[in-house]
Design a protein around this ligand. Structure first.
Ligand SMILES: [Cu+2]
Length: 623
């Protein structure tokens, strides 16, 4: 069973294999999409499988953004790319890692992806328009990582990112992520407790703050997702209306997939959605009915650009309703384990007097992280904890299910012939690395289940010289708890060339796990959330259907999308934050502000008008 890990948990070898798989998709894996091939050839490149994905995202536009399909579309997109990475590498355990930008926000953090052995660094500094080129790492050379699908007028063949490392504080904060999960919300205050709500297509309808805060999809997309794109990509040339004209590839939906860090970002976005789905009582996709939202966004619609089977090597999940269970498409290390008690009763049978027997309580465990079982109590005459009384099982990459066997003992000293009954109580826990669930915060233990197991035994007369019975420990494991061969995420998954076949594996089991981190101190809760929205986002006309563009949210640049024209190439992601006062505000990446202070040579007309937010409007806590 494969699990997606935090960047910080990757070994050197895993990083190298991931990088090589990306490079191989670009260099040698054949394209499956005729229209993508044509686009790449038009850009002077050689068709390849990686650029199929750049093209899919380049052309999907509002089919995957600004509407309910945002979550499902990118979930399936990740799943398909991951299977292509596995196929090209021959490594069936290769997974896309996630970059948790709420915790790994600078080069000193273990999960920082912008390193020379993974994603490479940021863009080079000015002056002039020919800046922002990534020059370090595996993706910094057009010889091996050529930009074949570009925006109109952009001839650069080298990957571009922000000129220099952006300000960490501008990334979405842990508080903002937690608010989306319902943590830290003032009592009675609104939070994104339903998946989506009207207006379904928010590119064509201005959103209020209240609407952003009441829909997880809108909140995830606007507050947690968009800004990271701009943070990485930045923009250093603006037109007179303040729209980005040049910037890093991540800034523009049309080109974002050119940057492989796209996948590490979206892996974390999808993970947050999965956590939200687990924590809410109303996780289902909305809207279900056909025709309420734009085509591709309703629960049973075929999703845009994800409905043609020949474009993909693996079976396609075409509808938002097909991808609601992320466990079928990509599990996360931080997923809570699935645990089934396989032996609700433990019958010791007849045990000769003055001997002791040990029997296992068996659990079937599906997990991406270590799970610790503790015997917390034993009742009944003669019953006792076995040895050991703490058992930890780990994720097994080749086995879907691992077995946890927690021993219980019976010391046959009771009256001969009288059946004894008792109870063993066993608790299972994990270490909550995120701290989203454990009251103690990150690194604290989180109990994920407690079970009471019935014990029965009868002491019988022993004969002189008879050896104590050997407990049938292994044989006593119920069939349901025996380790299962890895069957892959689903039966229709394609076979992987050169990949190791499934091996029936025993659950690896070892002693007690330590690792209780220190609880974090209290966080300042978010203040009461203002329900009254400004209605100032995406003030585009109905026909323009822009994605936010460079609208600063205060009306100064409204109307820059010509009516009747859907200029997909011009769309840019915009950074929004939730302030402690509960307002949704736009924040400019700092690069643009640097531009205004003479960073750029100013040679280009329209470069860097002073569009930064008024310092007085700068939300507290973001500086
Ligand atoms: Cu996207």
């Amino acid at each position: 069973m494969t699990c997606r890990k935090n960047v910080s948990q990757l070994t050197r070898g895993e990083k190298a294999r991931l990088v090589q798989a990306f490079l191989d998709l670009k260099a040698s894996a054949p394209s499956r999409i005729p229209a993508a091939q044509a686009a790449v050839v038009a850009g002077g490149g050689t068709p390849n499988r990686y650029d199929d994905y750049v093209w899919l995202h380049n052309t999907v536009g509002l089919g995957a953004h600004r509407g309910p399909a945002f979550g499902p579309w990118h979930r399936e997109f990740l799943h398909q790319l991951e299977l292509d990475l596995q196929q090209v590498s021959g490594d069936a355990e290769l997974t896309i890692p996630y970059w948790d930008w709420t915790t790994d926000r600078d080069a000193a953090s273990p999960g920082w992806p912008f390193t020379t052995d993974l994603m490479g660094g940021f863009g080079n500094a000015g002056p002039g328009p020919t800046t922002g080129y990534v020059t370090t790492g595996p993706f910094g050379s057009p010889a091996s990582w050529r930009m074949n699908i570009r925006r109109r007028g952009d001839a650069d063949l080298t990957l571009k990112r922000s000129r220099g490392v952006p300000t960490p504080a501008q990334l979405p904060s842990r508080e903002e992520a937690l608010f989306g999960l319902g943590v830290g919300v003032p009592a009675g205050g609104p939070w994104p407790g339903v998946y989506d709500g009207p207006p379904w297509n928010d590119a064509s309808t201005p959103l209020t703050d209240a609407q952003v805060l009441a829909s997880f999809r809108k909140y995830l997309e606007r507050i947690l997702h968009d800004g990271v794109h701009v943070w990485i990509g930045d923009a250093w040339e603006l037109d007179p209306q303040g729209r980005p004209r040049d910037g890093g590839h991540m800034t523009f939906p049309a080109t974002a997939v050119n940057d492989p860090v796209f996948w590490l970002h979206h892996c974390n976005v999808d993970r947050l959605w999965a956590i939200w789905q687990r924590r809410t009582t109303t996780p289902e996709h909305r809207p279900q009915a056909a025709g309420t939202a734009d085509p591709g966004h309703n629960g049973d619609d075929p999703m845009v650009n994800l409905a043609t089977p020949s474009w993909f090597a693996a079976v396609l999940h075409r509808r938002p309703n097909d991808v609601q269970d992320h466990q079928r498409l990509g599990r996360y290390r931080t997923d809570l384990p699935g645990i089934t008690l396989a032996s609700p009763a433990v019958p010791f049978g007849e045990v000769p007097e003055r001997s002791a027997a040990q029997m296992p309580v068996a659990f079937s465990v599906r997990t991406c992280q270590p799970v610790t079982f503790r015997l917390t109590g034993v009742t009944g005459d003669g019953f006792a904890p076995g040895d050991p009384d703490v058992v930890t099982v780990e994720h097994d990459p080749v086995s879907e299910i691992v077995a946890a066997l927690v021993p219980v003992a019976y010391e046959a000293r009771g009256p001969v012939g009288m059946p004894q009954t008792g109870t063993a109580t066993i608790a299972a826990s994990i270490v909550d690395t995120d701290g989203y669930d454990a009251p103690g915060g990150p690194g604290a233990p989180l109990t994920v289940g407690t079970w009471a197991v019935e014990l029965t035994a009868t002491t019988v007369a022993g004969r002189a010289g008879q050896a104590p019975p050997v407990a049938p420990f292994r044989d006593a494991i119920p069939a349901g708890a025996r380790p299962q061969p890895g069957t892959g995420p689903e039966p229709d998954a394609r076979s992987l060339a050169g990949a190791a076949g499934p091996v029936p594996g025993g659950g690896r089991q070892h002693g007690p796990a330590g690792g209780q981190g220190s609880p974090v101190g209290g966080r300042g809760g978010l203040d009461a959330v203002a329900a009254a929205g400004g209605g100032h986002h995406d003030a585009h006309g109905e026909e323009a259907r822009g994605m936010g563009g460079a609208d600063d949210g205060h009306g100064t640049h409204e109307g820059h999308e010509p009516h009747g024209v859907h200029d997909h190439d011009a769309m840019a992601f915009t950074m929004f934050h939730l302030t402690p006062a509960g307002e949704v505000v736009e924040v400019r990446p700092d690069e643009i502000e640097r531009d205004t202070s003479g960073y750029d040579d100013g040679a280009d007309p329209g470069t860097a008008p002073p569009v930064g937010p008024d310092p007085a409007e700068e939300p507290p806590g973001l500086a």
